[in-house]
Structure formats: structure tokens, C-alpha cells
Write a protein that binds this ligand. Structure first.
Ligand code: ZN
Length: 428
């Protein structure tokens, strides 16, 4: 069990996720505001409101959507579908409707999954005005012929798109970006897991006395939120040196990393290194122009070094985009393990530097300095020999760690020891 699991941080994140789960979020509206205002209890999150109609590159910020209630009543006035029972029951961005119609007509408006009859599917209609319901197939099959009164008490009108941002200044203006989407209604792994891990990571880093990089955490609606953020912050993007989209971090699957479009950016290498030496199974995928908001950060006009960090990839598990993606599907230990791995990646980015061996002609005598402990189980001496050999004033610590297949943290630790004995000098 890792330190973070022992500290109960996984359970704390899971509790937060469970609290946020019932809220009906969408790409705009009060659900996002409520979610972000909850996160303000953890972070001094700045909330931005961007008016509907704002041009953002080739897109336009849409009208704001809010919903109060929705239901389908049978002829006896009994609610056979109730939005208050589950936010997935209404297709997100449904326009308001209140009318009575026969079952045959209503069926065309209901989405269900015959292959998974006990789950409610998740459906949206963001950029085309429409309305609809989502239902368990088993419940749909039980509806009897007759007339049904349907009501969606929603509002779709000019308002704004809401996103949250937390900027944590470090020693340099160069930034590491973490991005999570906040637009999914009652879905837990996709992507409340990303929201709670990102917010917790931010609070952990904010408590550190000193950071080399500045950090930016954005909590945005998927696609349109990332596009809006990039359109409003184009001048900031050259500062983004590394970045991760965080998504799907709480299921039982192993970690999947999707590389940035660059493929060989330092973030790609840092993640590969940490995963390769984690002792856990993992998979690395090459960039493709689909998926989460890495699509926007890695569009050719930006081509930022931003990868996507998740566990089971989207769409590969049956719970994905259904009511079975609920808090019981998310495991506290998976959340903690994801956070811990991301912190390991941050350590690499924070600690990478270049050293020069001050005694490069033959090995320095480690024994005389009390540094030679034999090639025992800790591997410390071997790590020292690698660092001394590769510290030519050009190789970075990450390059040394890759070449030696020794965890970055271990090399970094021995490098500090060697530096304190005057055997290494930091170049940059
Ligand atoms: Zn999704």
C-alpha cells in the first residue's frame, strides 16, 4: 500500500466525487457553477463567465442550458420517468417541451440500450436543438400503449459558459497545465475522477514551500471549454512547457497514457519513464486527433506538449457513458494511485536538470568519502556510478534515468548527495 493510500486521500477524493455526482452538469449552466463553487472549498479557484455568442476561433459559445425538472407521466398521472431520480434521464441540452403524445411517437424520443437493459445511457445534443429522454431498456419495454404527458422544464437562452482556473505561481513563468472536463452530468469516472484528482493535486502542490514551475489547473466543459480557454489565453500558451489532460482516473484498469502530438516531448518521456519503472502494467498510445481536450491543445496551431493521462481509455468499458459509471465503479485506491503517479511525473519535471562531474578522469574514490556502500539491495552505489558517468554537462537527469533504467527519484537523490560532496556541479 502506498503512502497516499495509507493517508486516506483516495477515500477523501471518493467522498468529494460522491458529493458532486448527483449534480446535473452540462457544457454550460448552473451545474458547472455549483461544481466549481464546491471546488472553491479546496482551492481559490477563479471562475470565468464567457457570454453566449462569443466567437472562439471557428466556434461560438452556445446558449446557456439549465433544467429544473423533467418527467413522463402515464394516463394515471404516475411518473414513469423522473429527472429527479437521475440526471441522465434527459438528453443534455434538450429544449423545453410540454405535451401529450402516444407511446409510438414518444418512443422515437427515448434512447435505451437493449444490450444493457438495466442502465440509463448518456446522450447530448449540444449544437443542434432537439429534445429527448434516456431510459433503462427494461423500463421502456414495460410502458403500456396509451398517451403520455411529457415535460422537460428547461431553459436554453443567452447566458454564459463557465469555467474554473487556478494558477499557482512558481519560480519561473514556465507552466505545467492540468486540464479536466466538468461538463458530464451524473457520471463518475468520466470525468468527476479527473476533477477530484486534479483539484487534489492542485491543493497538494499549493502546500509546497517552493515550486520551480508555475502550475495552471483548468476545469472546463469538454471541447468548447478548451477552445474557449485557448482563444482567451493564446498569449499564455508559449509558457506551457508540459501538460496533461486528466480523465477516467478511478476505474480498476491500469494506466493508459496517450502521447502528445509531438510524441517525444518531455512530458511524453517523463510519463513513459515513471510508468516503465512503476512495476505496474500500463499502456502507451500514440497521439490521434480524437479523444478528450488534448485534441484542442494539440491542434496544429498550438501543438502544445499535452498528453492525456487516464486508466481504461474512454469507450472501452461497458460502464462508459451510462448510469453504471457511478461512484461504486470508482475505487478510492485507483484515485490515490493515479494521483501518486501524477505526482511522480511532477517530480521528474520539477527535478530535471543537468549536472557536470567535477572529477571526470576515472571514478572518484567514493569509499574515502563514505559514499561506497557496495552494490547491495538499495542500488544506491549503482545509481551514483551512473550519474557520475553520465554527468557530462549535457545529459539531463531524465536522460540518465532512461539510459540507466533507474527511477528518476533515486538518481535525483544520489545526485544531491554527490553535489553536497563536491563531486557534481549543477549546470542548469
Ligand atoms: Zn465522456
Amino acid at each position: 500500500m502506498s503512502n497516499l493510500e495509507e493517508s486516506g486521500i483516495g477515500q477523501t477524493m471518493h467522498d468529494r466525487l460522491t458529493l458532486l455526482y448527483p449534480i446535473c452538469r452540462s457544457i454550460t449552466g448552473n451545474g458547472v457553477r455549483e461544481t466549481l463553487s464546491h471546488l472553491q472549498g479546496l482551492l481559490p479557484l477563479q471562475i470565468h463567465e464567457v457570454p453566449s455568442g462569443t466567437q472562439v476561433f471557428d466556434w461560438v459559445v452556445p446558449n446557456e442550458w439549465n433544467i429544473r425538472d423533467a418527467w413522463i407521466k402515464n394516463e394515471d398521472g404516475v411518473r414513469v420517468l423522473d429527472f429527479k431520480e437521475h440526471s441522465l434521464h434527459v438528453m443534455s441540452y434538450s429544449t423545453p417541451i410540454h405535451q401529450t403524445m402516444p407511446l409510438e411517437q414518444l418512443r422515437k424520443r427515448i434512447t435505451s440500450l437493449p444490450d444493457q437493459p438495466d442502465v440509463i445511457p448518456y446522450k447530448t445534443s449540444y449544437y443542434q436543438e432537439d429534445w429527448g429522454f434516456c431510459m433503462r431498456h427494461r423500463d421502456l419495454e414495460e410502458l403500456e400503449d396509451g398517451d403520455y404527458e411529457v415535460c422537460i422544464d428547461s431553459i436554453l437562452e443567452p447566458g454564459s459558459l463557465t469555467y474554473g482556473e487556478f494558477y499557482l505561481p512558481g519560480q519561473t513563468a514556465d507552466e505545467i497545465l492540468f486540464s479536466a472536463h466538468v461538463c458530464h452530468p451524473s457520471l463518475a469516472n468520466d470525468n468527476l475522477s479527473g476533477v477530484v484528482v486534479s483539484a487534489t493535486l492542485a491543493s497538494v502542490l499549493a502546500a509546497r514551500p517552493q515550486l520551480r514551475y508555475s502550475y495552471r489547473f483548468v476545469f472546463i466543459p469538454g471541447t468548447i471549454g478548451a477552445i474557449t480557454w485557448l482563444a482567451r489565453n493564446e498569449e499564455r500558451t508559449p509558457y506551457i512547457q508540459h501538460g496533461l489532460v486528466l480523465s477516467g482516473l478511478g476505474d480498476a484498469g491500469s494506466i493508459t497514457y496517450k502521447q502528445s502530438r509531438q510524441g517525444d516531448a518531455m512530458i511524453d518521456r517523463a510519463v513513459s519513464h515513471v510508468l516503465a519503472l512503476s512495476g505496474e502494467p500500463f499502456s502507451i498510445q500514440r497521439f490521434s486527433p480524437y479523444g478528450y481536450d488534448e485534441r484542442q491543445y494539440c491542434s496544429p496551431g498550438f501543438n502544445l506538449p499535452v498528453g492525456c493521462f487516464s486508466r481504461s481509455p474512454y469507450g472501452t468499458y461497458p460502464e462508459y457513458h451510462t448510469s453504471n459509471d457511478n461512484p461504486t465503479f470508482v475505487r478510492p485506491e485507483s484515485l490515490a494511485g493515479s494521483l501518486e503517479t501524477i505526482l511522480g511525473i511532477v517530480e521528474v519535471l520539477e527535478g530535471d536538470c543537468i549536472y557536470l562531474n567535477t572529477q571526470p578522469k576515472c571514478e572518484p574514490q567514493l569509499g574515502r568519502r563514505g559514499l561506497y556502500r557496495g552494490l547491495g539491495s538499495t542500488g544506491e552505489t549503482m545509481a551514483m556510478l551512473w550519474v557520475l558517468n553520465l554527468a557530462d554537462g549535457k545529459a539531463t537527469l531524465l536522460e540518465m534515468a532512461e539510459r540507466a533504467s533507474i527511477p528518476f527519484a533515486k538518481l535525483s537523490g544520489v545526485a544531491h548527495t554527490l553535489e553536497s560532496h563536491g563531486l557534481l556541479r549543477k549546470v542548469t
